[in-house]
Design a protein around this ligand. Structure first.
Ligand SMILES: Cc1ncc(COP(=O)(O)O)c(C=O)c1O
Length: 448
């Protein structure tokens, strides 16, 4: 019985996205060194299609928005422009990036946490017209900016439905920083903000937005949130005869495989679509917006590191790589178990060289290069660290989301280069690595 249970679990572990061969890795490392991020363009397009297809049964139009907070590498933004995705932005820096990539402002949804008057002026000046407000003051700041520029942005309200979310990253907790509750706040309530917008000449009420969290595998929180939205929309319709929702955005949260098998987007959509159809039937049809950062980019990327040292105590082997949480922060922050695999060294005659005999120790621990207790990489169930020895490489899979964006210079570490495997199969450098000299200058070394 125990054995068959183990088999069941093992069966459902999905294959890793090995879009590069061991030889590719050896060649790329010879050119660019380690650590090195690799990105697969085809995976980005495939994920965009998969997410959109998952919601195709919804009775109204569906839009997928890429949350660029997950990975703002310009080459990735440009790849998603080919898929016609909307971009979910949250700062003027992100706006600068998508504008530089020449994304159409029509394809931007802007959801700020700070919501400052000058920020909204800048956003509107750049042609963005779909904005999610998250506070009463934010709404008034947007109205002021709209009045100054003589434009009328499509304005959505970020609601905090205050539902329990069973996930590591939760965004819908009571009295939290994101959005406004349906009622409750003196002025910061969706009820009061809808009323204001219904009477506003400066803002056009467009609809609602919620975001419950990230890496959500238990979908009951969406069901509860949609039930609450239904009741709230019924109430709003009674209070405002002209009330109509044009866009309804259910935020991000689509999960990715790291350690435990996760539901697919199609399985996730199956949970919501009937409920969303019901909402459309009860209140009139709307455009459904699905936001995603993690799902769209995670599996597109591998981080290649090199084993630089090992040591053995009793039954334990510590394998030290030249990566660390400064380039894979969630390994420390969320104890993310990225799947890892040993890549052999291949010599110039295409022969796999075994640099040292694999040690026969039981427990292999993968440690980073930083002098910090937390710089130890949790090992995924899908990892295989057999034969880990100095000189070989360790590939970390599914690292495309929330990794590059958190690169930091702890211990005066530089940023690794990023190479993209483009759809024609060619490898292209899309971010140069940084040097110690650049870091020194950035830190003010030249100002002495
Ligand atoms: C408002 C909003 N939308 C979407 C996302 C993306 O979430 P995920 O990467 O889990 O899809 C986030 C992540 O923090 C978010 O804050």
């Amino acid at each position: 019985m125990e054995n068959s249970q183990v088999q069941l679990v093992q069966k459902s572990i999905p294959p890793l996205n090995r879009f590069v061969t061991a030889l590719d890795i050896n060649n790329l490392v010879a050119q660019y060194g380690t650590p090195l991020y690799l990105v697969d363009e085809d995976t980005l397009h495939a994920k965009a299609r998969e997410l959109h297809r998952a919601y195709s049964k919804f009775r109204g139009p569906v839009k997928v928005a890429y949350s660029i907070k997950a990975n703002f590498t310009p080459a990735i933004i440009r790849a998603f422009m080919k898929d016609g995705l909307t971009f979910d932005l949250t700062s003027l820096g992100e706006l600068y990036f998508v504008k530089q990539c020449k994304a159409d402002p029509e394809n931007i949804i802007y959801t700020s946490v700070t919501e400052e008057p000058d920020e909204y002026l800048e956003v509107l000046r750049n042609g963005v017209r779909r904005i999610v407000v998250s506070s009463h003051k934010g709404m008034m700041n947007l109205a002021m900016a709209a009045g100054k520029l003589g434009v009328r942005p499509m304005t959505m309200i970020r609601v905090n439905p205050e539902v329990g979310v069973k996930a590591e990253v939760r965004a819908s907790y009571k009295n939290g920083k994101f959005g406004v509750p349906f009622n409750g706040g003196t002025i910061d309530s969706a009820t009061k903000m809808v009323k204001h917008m219904m009477e506003s000449d400066l803002l056009k009420f467009e609809g609602f937005h919620f975001h419950l969290g990230s890496q959500i595998t238990d979908f009951s929180c969406y069901t509860h949130a949609l039930d609450k939205m239904d009741a709230f929309m019924t109430k709003m319709k009674k209070e405002h005869p002209n009330f109509h929702v044009n866009t309804f955005d259910i935020g991000g949260g689509t999960p990715v495989f790291y350690n435990d098998p996760v539901p697919t987007p199609a399985e996730m959509a199956k949970n919501h679509v009937d409920r969303l159809d019901q909402l459309a039937e009860n209140h009139g049809t709307f455009t459904l917006m699905i936001e995603s950062g993690r799902f769209l980019v995670a599996e597109s990327s591998i981080l290649v590191s090199r084993i630089v040292n090992t040591k053995e105590y009793n039954e334990h082997k510590i394998v030290i790589v030249d990566a660390g949480y400064h380039i894979l922060l969630d390994a420390a922050l969320l104890k993310q178990e990225y799947p890892q695999e040993i890549i052999p060294v291949i010599d110039s005659n295409n022969r796999t060289t075994s640099l040292a005999a694999p040690a026969t120790v039981k427990n292999t621990h993968l440690a980073g290069r930083l002098c910090d207790t937390y710089d130890v990489f949790p090992v995924s169930r899908a990892s295989d660290l057999n034969g880990a020895d100095v000189g070989k490489y360790v590939s970390f899979y599914n690292v495309g989301a929330y990794s590059v964006v958190f690169n930091m210079p702890f211990h005066c570490q530089t940023k690794p280069p990023i190479v993209m495997k483009e759809s024609d199969g060619k490898f292209r450098l899309v971010r140069k690595g940084t040097t110690y000299q650049q870091l020194y200058t950035e830190e003010g070394g030249d100002l002495a």
